[in-house]
Write a protein that binds this ligand. Structure first.
Ligand SMILES: Cc1cc2nc3c(=O)[nH]c(=O)nc-3n(C[C@H](O)[C@H](O)[C@H](O)COP(=O)(O)OP(=O)(O)OC[C@H]3O[C@@H](n4cnc5c(N)ncnc54)[C@H](O)[C@@H]3O)c2cc1C
Length: 350
């Protein structure tokens, strides 16, 4: 049966992207979320939104890498279309990642490089290369003299999640979405979404509620992540920098207006409460060790959220009993969502 009306539960990253792709294809879309559109508590609103197919391969498998590769090919065109649809700019950069370590932690950087060389497909290995102190200083003059060298990961990028989510909201409105805010979906069935306010009929239903879908998918769990956003006039970075550390891997993702998102903790905890003092101290001290000028950084935001995660830590797009489920994006939502959303949207839109 041709699909005219799509109902989506969850207006986080996956839900908004999918709604947008369906609207662009001429579908009627109803989008339901338990929160308001600018609520900051979802994983999407908290994320650093690094686009790191290579660095993440150290902890992910080949399927995630393939989805990431496909998504990296989609992002530039999707961002351009989104800017056109919304009239908003979306910060998106693809200038690689720099990975560094302090001298005592050099074995970690060596090990990281070995793992990547081992896991990367042969035709991708040249994207990882060692840089000496001189090249590092050219890439990031702020870090000149602070590290003996590092590793450069070509083609990696990042975007500003807040700008992306806001632009998607505008684009959805302009294309005529029916967006029902502050309305929790209790259950997703083939014939419609069940909410406290009644049942919403549709030709096709899709569940993108992240950890909120746990009642319908018990294998889902939340993995807590915390990030700090700082503003620091004294430091300029042109690309994300990862700092190898024995206990945590810190990344610093530059954003417009001298802002930096610093993250992220990863804790097997379903506590979505405020950032702990310990996490703040660990992230903050690692940031300060990257460059002392960060000591004067102003803390703009402390945020914590749950990453929706399945047993194998891999994303899943499955159709069960007539309902599509897109979930388990874990720490790879921005990295992998476009590929999965594109696959599902093509199926829906013919
Ligand atoms: C600290 C942190 C850092 C991260 N950094 C990165 C990164 O650098 N790169 C990267 O690729 N990924 C990163 N991620 C992961 C990424 O944010 C997630 O994978 C992604 O946001 C998951 O998207 P989603 O749409 O499945 O879930 P979410 O973005 O969480 O959206 C789920 C939506 O469903 C709604 N909802 C929940 N329950 C209900 C209900 N019952 N009814 C209706 N609506 C409901 C919620 O309100 C929410 O809007 C990070 C995550 C965190 C927490």
């Amino acid at each position: 049966m041709p699909v005219a009306h799509v109902a989506i539960a969850g207006a986080g990253l996956a839900g908004r992207l999918l709604a947008w792709r369906c609207l662009r294809a001429g579908k009627r879309v109803s989008l339901f979320d338990a929160a308001a559109r600018d609520d900051q508590r979802s994983a999407a609103m908290t994320a650093a939104a690094m686009l790191s197919p290579l660095a993440e391969l150290a902890v992910a498998d080949a399927d995630v890498f393939a989805l990431a590769q496909r998504s990296m090919a989609l992002w530039p065109a999707w961002i351009a279309e989104l800017v056109e649809d919304s009239g908003r700019s979306v910060y998106f950069r693809q200038q690689g990642t720099l990975v560094v370590s302090h001298a005592p932690d050099a074995p970690m950087l060596t090990r990281f490089t070995q793992v990547l060389q081992h896991k990367l497909p042969a035709d991708q290995r040249a994207r990882l290369r060692h840089v000496d102190a001189a090249e590092l200083a050219l890439l990031e003059p702020t870090l000149a003299g602070r590290f003996g060298g590092g590793v450069f990961l070509e083609g990696e990028g990042q975007l500003a999640n807040d700008e992306l989510m806001a632009a998607l909201a505008i684009a959805l409105d302009r294309r005529g979405v029916r967006w029902v805010e502050r309305c929790a979906v209790e259950s997703v069935r083939p014939q419609g979404l069940f909410t406290a306010q009644g049942v919403v009929d549709a030709d096709l239903t899709i569940d993108t509620r992240g950890v909120g879908a746990r009642a319908d998918w018990p294998a889902l769990r939340g993995v807590r992540g915390e990030v700090i956003t700082v503003e620091c006039a004294g430091v300029t970075l042109h690309r994300p920098v990862r700092l190898m550390h024995p206990r945590y891997q810190l990344y610093i993702a530059p954003r417009p207006n001298q802002r930096f998102v610093v993250g992220a903790t990863e804790l097997e905890s379903e506590d979505a409460g405020p950032t702990t003092l310990r996490s703040m101290l660990e992230l903050g001290s690692a940031l300060y060790s990257l460059h002392p000028a960060f000591g004067e950084a102003r803390v703009i935001r402390l945020a914590a959220a749950l990453r929706p995660t399945l047993d194998d830590n891999c994303p899943a797009l499955v159709q069960r009993e007539g309902v599509w489920h897109l979930n388990g994006l874990y720490r790879h939502g921005f990295l992998c969502a476009p590929a999965l959303v594109d696959r599902l949207a093509r199926d829906i839109n013919g």
